[in-house]
Design a protein around this ligand. Structure first.
Ligand code: C5P
Length: 416
């Protein structure tokens, strides 16, 4: 998947500094960002910071587009997949509603043929003012997605709605808009366009995925076989269902699903730390194939072939991240483990559910005879083991497993 291209318009408000965090999240998620800074915005963040974070030139003035022939304002407004305004000030919203075009930002907004997302930030009185409310209502009618601002203490000392939504929430919204037309999430279920109506809205879902690499020396490591595909599909499905998703990922070659906050790790101990740092979570789905052992010693230099005897490796046990989480005071309400087995799949998984004190285990057979399409492949045949018993799911794609599991998670949270 090639990443989405975002044209980010940074308006003039104290929240402009959070646009930097948004740029970071989009870049981390594999997206391209081109920033346009209004005159007001430039009072709060510098073109230099946005250029460094986006790794793209930043545009500030209509008259600055020196190479107008190459990259005129019309082209700039259309070469993105989505235009995002962050922060969208009362002034910018008013100009958009009135169809004014007196600087680069407003000219682009009038000239664009792409979806527009506005993340408002302003003083509570300004937000509640009849003029702003009328402008927002008009813009929404015209198809602009204007997010609701957050409520809370404001930089000016007042309290109420008007704070910029958190950058993670804006990134989530970006993914919703980008997925509205085409279907980059490969057949995600049709959810209500309003994120707040989605089944996992407001929930934090933590997913681990991929293998871990346990270093022996600078060039060698111990690892499990894992492509990360099943875990990434679950993270994508949870994000599409409206959840805030943290994906703690071992080394894989997959693109970050839209709207997902990904934390990259290498070893089991790093994964344990990243999982801990991501808490609290409402749900944790631990799909990673964590290496059970690591080399007790790490050789700072590459171990050389010397003499007749190969070096012996002493192993130390890695922390069991799932069992540790199950025993922690911050245990998520719903804790789901995976179990890849090569024999007695169900009996082993039932035992694992009890020993590790998790709510559900998703078990699959990865024996060379029966699970040959599972590891690294696109399909999976799983059994869902809960307190109520074992369900045998028919063979299906990893995306379909993810969707069905996310539906079950949403139902379990409602049923309590
Ligand atoms: O015991 P086993 O490794 O088969 O358990 C598999 C489950 O436990 C998976 O959910 C996996 O992510 C998790 N696990 C873990 N930390 C380990 C080993 C496994 O979280 N060190």
């Amino acid at each position: 998947m090639s990443g989405p291209r975002i044209l980010l318009i940074v308006g003039g408000g104290i929240a402009a500094y959070k646009a930097c965090e948004l740029v970071r999240l989009i870049r981390k998620g594999g997206g391209e960002v081109t920033c346009v800074l209004t005159e007001g915005g430039a009072q709060f963040v510098t073109p230099m910071s946005l250029a460094a974070l986006s790794e793209n030139p930043v545009h500030t003035s209509l008259w600055d587009l020196k190479n107008e022939a190459e990259i005129g304002h019309i082209q700039l407004s259309r070469q993105a997949d989505l235009v995002v305004i962050c922060p969208a000030t009362a002034d910018l919203l008013a100009k958009m509603a009135a169809g004014l075009a007196d600087d680069l930002a407003t000219t682009l907004l009038l000239a664009t043929d792409k979806p527009v997302l506005a993340a408002p930030a302003m003083n509570v009185r300004m937000w509640q003012h009849a003029a702003t409310q009328r402008n927002v209502a008009w813009l929404r009618q015209a198809g602009v997605r204007v997010m609701e601002p957050d409520e809370g203490a404001m930089a000016c000392g007042e309290y109420g709605p008007g704070r910029l939504p958190e950058p993670e929430a804006i990134w989530q919204e970006i993914s919703v808009l980008l997925n509205a037309g085409a279907d980059p999430l490969a057949g995600q279920p049709e959810f209500d366009a309003q994120p707040e109506h989605r089944p996992l809205y407001g929930k934090h879902v933590l997913v681990t995925a991929g293998p871990t690499h346990e270093p022996i020396d600078p060039v060698r490591y111990i690892a499990n076989r894992s492509s990360g595909k099943q875990g990434y599909a679950i993270a994508a499905a949870a994000a599409a269902a409206g959840a805030r998703v943290t994906l703690v990922s071992g080394p894989v070659t997959l693109a970050t699903p839209p709207g997902v906050d990904r934390v990259d790790v290498e070893s089991a101990r790093e994964m344990a730390q990243a999982v801990n740092a991501a808490l609290p979570a409402d749900v944790a789905v631990m799909v990673a194939a964590v290496a059970d052992w690591r080399s007790e010693d790490f050789a700072a230099e590459k171990i050389k072939k010397r003499g007749a005897e190969p070096p012996s490796l002493r192993l130390a046990e890695n922390p069991d991240i799932l069992a540790t989480l199950a025993a922690s005071p911050q245990r998520p309400r719903l804790l789901i483990g995976f179990a890849a087995e090569t024999e007695d799949v169900i009996a082993n998984a039932v035992r694992k559910r009890e020993v590790k004190n998790v709510d559900w285990i998703v078990a699959n057979d990865v024996s060379p005879a029966r699970g040959k399409d599972t590891m690294g492949g696109d399909s999976n045949t799983v059994h869902l083991i809960t307190q109520a018993g074992t369900e045998n799911w028919e063979p299906m794609s990893k995306q379909a497993v993810a969707r069905r599991l996310v539906e079950r998670i949403a139902k379990a949270l409602v049923d309590g």
